[in-house]
Design a binder for this molecule. Structure first.
Ligand code: MLT
Length: 240
C-alpha cells in the first residue's frame, strides 16, 4: 500500500518551497488563531471569513449576523469587540453567525495556503478527529506552522510533532524530512507537560505580558471538539 508523505513547513516564509498544488495543508496556529477557530465552529459559528488586513475586516462592519474580530501582537485592535481569544467564543452567543477575523499570523498563513491547496484547520482541540479525517482523505500532507511574523515558533512545531506521531501510527503515513523529525522530538520532550514546556517560549511570554494566561492552557487542551474546520470557497466551515 502506498504510504502518504508528511512534511512540516516551519514558517509561511518557506511555503513556496513546499507548495505542490496537490497535498492537503493543515494550517496550525496554536496560540491562538486556529484554536479559536475550532472552538468558534464548535460553538455554532456558521462560517469564518479569514482576512489578512484590518481594513478588509472593517469592510464587513454593520453587516447583519456578522461578528468582527481583529488581533495584532496579541491585543484586540481598537474599534473591534473581539480579538483572538478562544474563551470569547465559549461565553458569547455566536450560533449561526459569520465570523470575520484577522490575526497577526494565522489568517495570513491560511490565505497563503488556500490559493492552490485544500486547507484544513488544526489544533490540539480537534487533534483526534483531525487525524481520522486526514487518514480517510489518504493524501500527502503539509503541516503549515503560522509561526510569528515568518519566524519559527515552538508551540506550532510541537503540535506538528503530536500530529505526526498520531498519523504514523495509522499505517498510511510516513515522513523523511528533518523538519518532521525535529517536530516529533520537540513533542516527545513536551508531551508530559506542554504548558510547562512552553514556559520560556516567545509567544507565551508575549501573552503573559498582556496578562493572557488562561488562553494558553485552554489552547493546550485536547479534543474539546470533533469538528474539522475546512476551507470551502475561501471561507471556513465545518466538514460535513
Ligand atoms: C496569530 O495569528 O498570530 C496569533 O494567533 C496571535 C494571537 O492570537 O496571540
Amino acid at each position: 500500500m502506498k504510504k502518504n508523505d508528511i512534511k512540516v513547513c516551519l514558517t509561511p516564509a518557506l511555503f513556496e518551497l513546499y507548495s505542490d498544488r496537490k497535498s492537503v495543508v493543515v494550517v496550525v496556529d496554536i496560540l491562538r488563531a486556529t484554536s479559536a477557530m475550532c472552538i468558534a465552529i464548535e460553538r455554532g459559528v456558521e462560517k469564518i471569513i479569514p482576512v489578512s488586513t484590518v481594513e478588509e475586516a472593517l469592510d464587513f462592519k454593520g453587516r447583519e449576523n456578522h461578528i468582527l474580530a481583529a488581533e495584532r501582537n496579541g491585543k484586540i485592535v481598537s474599534g473591534f469587540d473581539y480579538g483572538n481569544s478562544p474563551l470569547t467564543y465559549l461565553n458569547e452567543d455566536i450560533k449561526g453567525k459569520t465570523l470575520v477575523v484577522t490575526t497577526t499570523n494565522g489568517t495570513k498563513a491560511i490565505n497563503i495556503a488556500k490559493v492552490d491547496h485544500h486547507v484544513v484547520i488544526g489544533s490540539f482541540l480537534n487533534i483526534n478527529s483531525l487525524s481520522e479525517y486526514l487518514s480517510d482523505l489518504n493524501k500527502d500532507i503539509i503541516i503549515l506552522c503560522a509561526g510569528w511574523k515568518n519566524d519559527f515558533c515552538l508551540e506550532d512545531t510541537m503540535f506538528a510533532g503530536a500530529l505526526i506521531n498520531q498519523l504514523v501510527k495509522k499505517n498510511n503515513f510516513q515522513h523523511f524530512s528533518d523538519s518532521c523529525s525535529v517536530a516529533s522530538l520537540i513533542y516527545k520532550t513536551a508531551e508530559i507537560d506542554m504548558f510547562d514546556f512552553l514556559k520560556d517560549s516567545q509567544h507565551r511570554k508575549r501573552l503573559s505580558d498582556l496578562n493572557i494566561n488562561e488562553d494558553v492552557s485552554y489552547c493546550l487542551k485536547r479534543n474539546e471538539t470533533n469538528l474539522i474546520p475546512i476551507i470551502v470557497e475561501d471561507q471556513i466551515e465545518a466538514f460535513k
